[in-house]
Write a protein that binds this ligand. Structure first.
Ligand SMILES: [Zn+2]
Length: 286
């Protein structure tokens, strides 16, 4: 299965809108920060206040990639619910941007998980969004409104203007709330995992922690569940964050991958946790 990375990169180059396209990110641009708008809504008002990381140098939005490597065998599975503004007609025609079987399997296997949901997805699937938002097995966080990129060059994704970045994230929180997610977490995953200093600065007033990953499952557009399973099992280390997708049309093997990965990792002594637990162990404060 050599061409896997190349194949995914090629798909990404076509402009596909999935976070697994990216493996990494960088904070390097020296662009000027946009003017900070005044603080309006808080992204989360959870009674049990999830932990967040302290801001980075200069007040930049902090970035989390994985938990401690030495505190035991924990691993967080994360699932991105991607959807773009123009995919409504495809959903109406029957294409599944959701994946109820996957969520059902996570429930049967009792695997806690973190869902990074686009606002557009919550608009499309409010019943599922509400169900996830009320299920203590899951935590729901923000994956932008319409999966536009927060840097100028991100796998061909359309780009959010710097002065619209903050309002895009706020719009996603509003959609999640409207769908019935009562306590969306103050965690944000950049579409494609693409960010730079300008993006971190643009979101700095929101109090969110940016959540990346250290294990790319490769489930985006994969057709070989065994290959994805192997990639996950080979990549997981204590404290790992695995990025997957809960969008069946673009990640059709993910449910089978979960069925294979979960018992094997448990056999190896791993315990599944949500991202908030890893952030807490990493020194996040409430
Ligand atoms: Zn995504």
């Amino acid at each position: 299965m050599i061409p896997r990375v190349r194949r995914i990169s090629a798909l990404c180059a076509l402009g596909v809108a999935l976070a697994a396209c990216g493996t990494a990110s960088h904070a390097g641009s020296g662009h000027q920060a946009p003017a900070e708008p005044s603080v309006s809504a808080s992204p989360s008002a959870s009674a049990s206040r999830p932990p967040v990381l302290a801001p980075g140098p200069g007040g930049l939005t902090p970035v989390f990639e994985h938990g401690p490597r030495t505190l035991g065998k924990t691993v967080a599975l994360t699932f991105d619910a991607d959807m773009t503004a123009d995919q409504g007609p495809r959903a109406a025609a029957g294409e599944h941007f959701d994946n109820p079987d996957l969520i059902g399997t996570l429930r049967v296997l009792k695997v806690p998980a973190t869902i990074f949901m686009t606002g557009r997805w919550a608009d499309e699937y409010p019943t599922e969004a509400r169900s996830l938002g009320h299920d203590p097995q899951f935590e729901v966080a923000n994956h932008s409104y319409s999966h536009y990129a927060f840097t100028g060059d991100c796998y061909g994704l359309p780009t959010v203007a710097a002065d619209k970045m903050r309002s895009d994230v706020e719009r996603a929180y509003a959609s999640l709330h409207k769908a019935g997610v009562p306590h969306a977490l103050p965690y944000f995953r950049f579409p494609g995992g693409c960010y730079d200093k300008r993006a971190l600065r643009a979101l700095s007033g929101l109090g969110v922690t940016a959540v990346q990953w250290d294990v790319v499952s490769g489930d985006a557009f994969a057709t070989d569940a065994d290959a994805v399973t192997k990639q996950v099992l080979d990549g997981v280390k204590p404290g790992s964050v695995v990025v997957m997708h809960c969008t069946r049309s673009a990640a059709p093997t993910t449910e089978r991958v979960v069925r294979a990965v979960v018992p094997e990792l448990r056999k190896r002594g791993y315990r599944f946790v949500k991202v908030s637990e890893l952030i807490g162990e990493t020194g996040g404060h409430r």
